[in-house]
Write a protein that binds this ligand. Structure first.
Ligand code: AMP
Length: 232
């Protein structure tokens, strides 16, 4: 299964991608998490990316393309992947297609998590992230069981620096300007699907599951079975 989740900041891509990873045994690849790990490690790449990320701007395509090429070649991506936050520009999408084509592969499904901007602003405002295991919560739509603490690893949750209103506004602008053009690109090339991102997270997940299983023919991961996965 090779799936891309597209959608503006706050649409719930990470939450859904993590759930898809758990059910289908594919690799959740979040370029935002990969970049934040570089920032935390203080690498050259991380230092260069940090300022752009904090301001809500996109990191240059070349950096992302190299990162993604390495990650897709890793054994963890063998069963497939759910891309969260990549591609974000047309150049990244073209590079991804070329990379997959070299291996005789294509993107099976692109799913747009669609939401209106006013609701997204409120969502981003309530978002809390786990700095340790990268799980994402939301005080409004997905509150943690214990206030301020991660359900998965119990660490203290933090507000991302780029979730402050000004950076969130820039990120939404970047989405509309640089990422939204991917929708017609994928509509023309593949089967672009849409899900209502403003439903409750478990409702969104059921709609993604229905789409991937009914329309694309995927099945939950069963380690006792192997074989080719269908193309949607
Ligand atoms: P995210 O966690 O997906 O919201 O990403 C956080 C930030 O990382 C973005 O606002 C960008 O600065 C940077 N970033 C993540 N993915 C990409 C990408 N594919 N292209 C460029 N910048 C990215």
């Amino acid at each position: 299964m090779r799936v891309i989740l597209l959608g503006p900041p706050g649409a719930g891509k990470s939450t859904q991608a993590r759930a898809l990873e758990a059910l289908y045994g594919v690799s959740h690849i979040s370029t935002g998490d990969m970049l934040r790990a570089e920032v935390a490690l203080g690498t050259k790449l991380g230092r260069e990316a940090a300022v752009l990320m904090q301001d809500g701007e996109l990191v240059p395509d070349d950096t992302l393309n190299d990162m993604i090429a390495r990650r897709l070649a890793a054994p963890a991506s063998e069963r497939g992947f759910v891309l969260d936050g990549f591609p974000r520009t047309l150049a990244q999408a073209v590079m991804l297609d070329a990379l997959l084509a070299e291996a005789g592969q294509i993107v099976d499904a692109v799913i747009e998590l669609r939401a209106d901007e006013a609701a997204l602003t409120a969502r981003v405002d309530g978002r809390l992230a786990c700095p340790r295991c990268t799980a994402v919560f939301n005080t409004r739509v997905l509150p943690p069981e214990r206030v301020g603490h991660c359900d998965v690893c119990k660490s203290e949750l933090v507000r991302r620096a780029d979730d402050v209103p000004e950076a969130a506004r820039v990120r939404l602008q970047a989405y509309n300007r640089q990422t939204a053009p991917l929708l017609p690109y994928y509509a023309a090339q593949y089967r672009l699907h849409m899900a209502d991102a403003l439903a409750a997270p478990d409702v969104v997940f059921e709609s993604l599951r229905g789409l991937l299983e009914t329309r694309c023919g995927f099945a939950p991961f069963d380690p006792s079975r192997s074989g080719n996965l269908p193309v949607c």
